[in-house]
Design a protein around this ligand. Structure first.
Ligand SMILES: NC(=O)c1ccc[n+]([C@@H]2O[C@H](COP(=O)([O-])OP(=O)(O)OC[C@H]3O[C@@H](n4cnc5c(N)ncnc54)[C@H](O)[C@@H]3O)[C@@H](O)[C@H]2O)c1
Length: 428
């Protein structure tokens, strides 16, 4: 099948490379010339395990090409997948400018029947919106379907090729058949539903996962007060298959490029329909609390933070990425700085704290340099290397002996054996 993917970011590039690997002929189209030039030269614009090899193999086989030209990239495509960014606007609604612009370019360059599949996460009603933009610009037949993507950065190739389900929202039988053909070689349930249901499925999924994390954090805070252990409680709860073990790890809250913007967009949708959405609102409020609670515990332990040196380990929103968007670590840094602490950070990959977030905090060259003269350290991101800290070396670097482990990575006994006072989320 001939496929064109508009937007060559995390979702578009991974989808394009995987579809090519399944035997389709794929054109990846992006307006970012720099990105396309790099890809033509075999240089990956993003870090994703296994992606470089997959892209090179399929480019060499002639199944995967790159372009910035809609006039070259669209003619002949049976499926045109849109995977452009849909960031939050200032008021929390979705900024649709990239989606609208892609739709316009499709309308101007369509030469025959194609299924236009929205892979971007978009508000309910977007398929109709895209249809009306295209319809006034072309005489060609087309259908717009919703085909939301559920892949996770860091596991994107596996998630694309072995998904739990593929959601196809289509109000046209012809388009549904084309989409089934596109995914014929992926062995998973294909859930066909109306377009609006598919659009809402993506937001509802992300809001539910965020709520699950907020719930376990609420439980964890209670555990700290009543003398229970949140990890044990989570295991006890999660062993019930109706609950499940995933997304029950207490910590400093959820962040990243998807959950915060999608939860906000979900709430905006409710607001537009005068639907109060108390559950999701509570999940959002709990997420703010989870971040500030880390710093409040530190403040209580140290009897105020003014003038105290604090080492913060981790800036990225999760391990294995340099992505700091909506990272809990960023809020933890902000709270510490606002309370007058002298903060030094270390992250193995995420270094653009000052440039992106405006904090004038030094970025140390190692964990131990970040801990130098610190009264306490906070573990804010679950990097694998933080699990195996040299606690003796850490102790020697610090003037104090407090570890606040917001990711529950360390072993309490080991930390205490080295003379640390050790606090983790969900243990008093
Ligand atoms: N990143 C994830 O983990 C993930 C997972 C599931 C769904 N999503 C959703 O998928 C969508 C894309 O996310 P992403 O992370 O891949 O974004 P991204 O920012 O990595 O990539 C978007 C790309 O679209 C390009 N673009 C913008 N406007 C364009 C246009 N008019 N024509 C051609 N290209 C254009 C940009 O240059 C950029 O390369 C979003 O709606 C996001 O919410 C993301």
């Amino acid at each position: 099948m001939r496929v064109t993917i508009i937007g060559t970011g995390y979702v578009g590039l991974v989808s394009g490379a995987c579809l090519a690997d399944l035997g389709h002929h794929v054109v990846c189209l992006d307006t970012d010339e720099n990105k396309i030039t790099k890809l033509k030269d075999g240089i990956m614009p993003i870090y994703e395990p296994g992606l470089e090899e997959l892209v090179k193999r399929n480019a060499q086989a002639g199944r995967l090409t790159f372009t910035t030209s809609f006039a070259d990239g669209l003619p002949g495509a049976e499926v045109i997948s849109i995977a452009v960014g849909t960031p939050s606007a200032a008021d929390g609604s979705v900024d649709m400018r990239y989606m609208d612009s892609a739709a316009k370019m499709i309308g101007q360059n369509l030469t025959g029947y194609a299924v236009i599949a929205n892979k971007s996460t978009v508000p309910v009603g977007t398929a109709e919106r895209v249809t009306s933009i295209i319809r006034v610009l072309t005489r060609s037949e087309f259908d717009v379907v919703s085909n939301p993507e559920f892949l996770r950065e860091g596991h994107a190739i596996f998630d694309f090729l072995k998904p739990a389900r593929i959601v196809i929202g289509s109000d046209s039988a012809r388009a549904t058949d084309v989409m089934r053909g596109l995914y014929a070689h992926i062995d998973c349930p294909k859930l066909c539903m109306q377009t609006r249901s598919a659009e809402l499925t993506k937001y509802a999924s992300n809001a539910f996962l965020a709520t699950k994390i907020s719930f376990i954090n609420e439980v964890a805070h209670l555990c700290e007060m009543v003398g229970a252990d949140a990890d044990a409680v989570a295991l006890g709860m999660g062993s019930d298959p109706r609950i499940g073990k995933e997304f029950l790890r207490p910590g400093p809250g959820w962040g990243g490029s998807c959950f915060p913007k999608d939860v906000k967009a979900f709430l905006k949708l409710g607001e537009a329909h005068n639907h109060p959405m108390p559950v999701t609102n509570a999940a959002l409020a709990m997420n703010k609390l989870a971040r500030s609670r880390v710093v409040e515990r530190l403040e209580n332990e140290l009897d105020g933070l003014a003038g105290k040196c604090i080492g913060i380990l981790g800036v990225a929103f999760k391990g294995n990425t340099d992505d700091t968007r909506e990272s809990p670590a960023i809020d933890i840094i902000r709270h510490c700085v606002e309370r007058g602490a002298k903060v030094t950070v270390f992250d193995p990959q995420a270094r653009a704290v000052l440039e992106l977030h405006g904090f004038d905090v030094p970025h140390a060259a190692s964990v131990y340099a970040a801990a130098q003269d610190a009264a306490a350290i906070i573990i804010a991101t679950e990097w694998e290397e933080f699990r195996t800290l040299d606690l003796e070396k850490l102790k020697q670097a610090m003037t104090g002996a407090l570890i606040l482990d917001a990711r529950n990575l360390l072993d309490r006994d080991q930390a205490e054996k080295h003379g640390f006072k050790y606090l983790r989320v969900g243990r008093g």
